[in-house]
Design a protein around this ligand. Structure first.
Ligand SMILES: [Zn+2]
Length: 357
């Protein structure tokens, strides 16, 4: 997008990033001050995706509001909250600088399902900064040398002085699932490689949401928690007032390890990755011993840890309305779920559907 006299927005750039770059420029048709832009946003302070905020900025600077909203719109509503948009690809930032500009913050780093840079095929790095700032791309770049030595997201939570990284094989498989979810957000139907048939994107996304809800469920006092949270077992327990807020918070956390792990499970359940033991990934993750060497049905069985009443309702809502072809495709996973609640087996869902006509 090009607005006369202002810096060109880069493809995939966030609104706040563009505003920061524009504010650094002299001789604009009307100078941009970050503080003035911030006044256009309400207390929720989503400086990237708030349509109302963008409309106010457009009015103040005489920009074309539709152009602004269209260009900076998200590709998915599975967006991490502002405070959690702290993960970035250091190689992308370096390439911005190499091209002679200021670094840009990408929209594609802001989605729950995207902990990997698809361009450089590396896991995103977490910045050591909790406050949201318009200049965070610059801040991340200028600190990247220091942080690459001690990448916070790679800290081994059991041994705080040890750092892990996620192996290239795990990244390759997780990226396949990430790409499938990205396509499902863009197209009505998506093809799962190997299945040779296209499925409704809604069905695919419901299954993915179900897995993210379970795998990312935070650790709380006295209850089971999601499989993606095992590496946090020495961390203080989180305290959420109820199950709903915990469920939401689990999917609002930018931790790349937990999200890559969720993607690996999605890849196995959907047959995007070749079915193989999760043992392949033990170098990268802290995997509960119950998960080592399990097959797809076994993954379904392990979901029982959170198989409380609310999750059953969630599962019914997120899975059971899917098309027959899709349910057949994930029937091994359903068979695992139905070890605990029989009504979730593929055969049972079909029987009920047939009886209801
Ligand atoms: Zn990158």
């Amino acid at each position: 997008m090009k607005i006369n006299g202002y810096p060109k927005c880069e493809p995939d750039e966030c609104f706040s990033s563009w505003i920061y770059r524009a504010s650094m420029k002299q001789q604009l048709p009307r100078p941009i001050h970050v503080e003035e832009v911030m006044e256009c946003f309400d207390y929720t302070q989503d400086y990237d995706f708030s349509v109302i905020g963008l409309a106010k900025v457009a009015a103040r600077y005489s920009f074309d509001v539709n152009q602004l909203i269209w260009y900076f719109r998200p590709e998915s509503m599975w967006i991490l909250p502002c405070r959690e948009r702290q993960v970035y690809c250091v190689e992308c930032l370096k390439s911005d600088i190499a091209a002679g500009g200021l670094p840009c913050w990408r929209k594609s780093w802001c989605y729950l399902y995207a902990p990997i840079c698809p361009v450089h095929r590396i896991v995103l790095t977490r910045m050591d900064q909790l406050d949201f700032k318009f200049d965070k791309a610059w801040s991340a770049f200028s600190n990247s040398d220091e942080w690459s030595r001690h990448v916070e997201s790679c800290r081994n939570l059991q041994s705080p002085l040890v750092y892990n990284s996620i192996g290239s094989k795990a990244i390759r498989f997780a990226l396949k699932a990430q790409d499938l979810i990205r396509r499902a957000h863009k197209e009505e139907r998506v093809e799962i490689y190997g299945a040779q048939i296209k499925f409704d994107s809604v069905d695919v996304l419901n299954l993915c949401a179900f897995v993210f809800n379970h795998v990312l469920y935070p650790r709380r006092p006295g209850v089971y928690y999601g499989m993606g949270r095992y590496r946090e077992y020495k961390m203080p327990l989180s305290r959420f007032p109820d199950q709903d807020s915990a469920l939401r918070a689990g999917c609002e956390d930018c931790d790349v390890f937990a999200r890559v792990f969720a993607l690996l499970l999605i890849g196995l359940i959907l047959g995007v990755s070749p079915s193989q033991s999760l043992l392949d990934f033990t170098d990268s993750f802290v995997i509960p011993f119950t998960m080592q060497d399990v097959d797809i049905k076994g993954i379904g069985e392990l979901f029982h840890a959170l198989w409380i009443k609310d999750f059953q309702i969630l599962a019914r809502y997120q899975l059971c309305d899917s098309s027959e072809a899709f349910l057949r495709h994930i029937r091994l996973f359903l068979a695992g779920l139905s070890e605990h609640v029989r009504s979730f087996s593929y055969e049972n869902i079909m029987k009920v559907r047939f009886a209801e006509g």
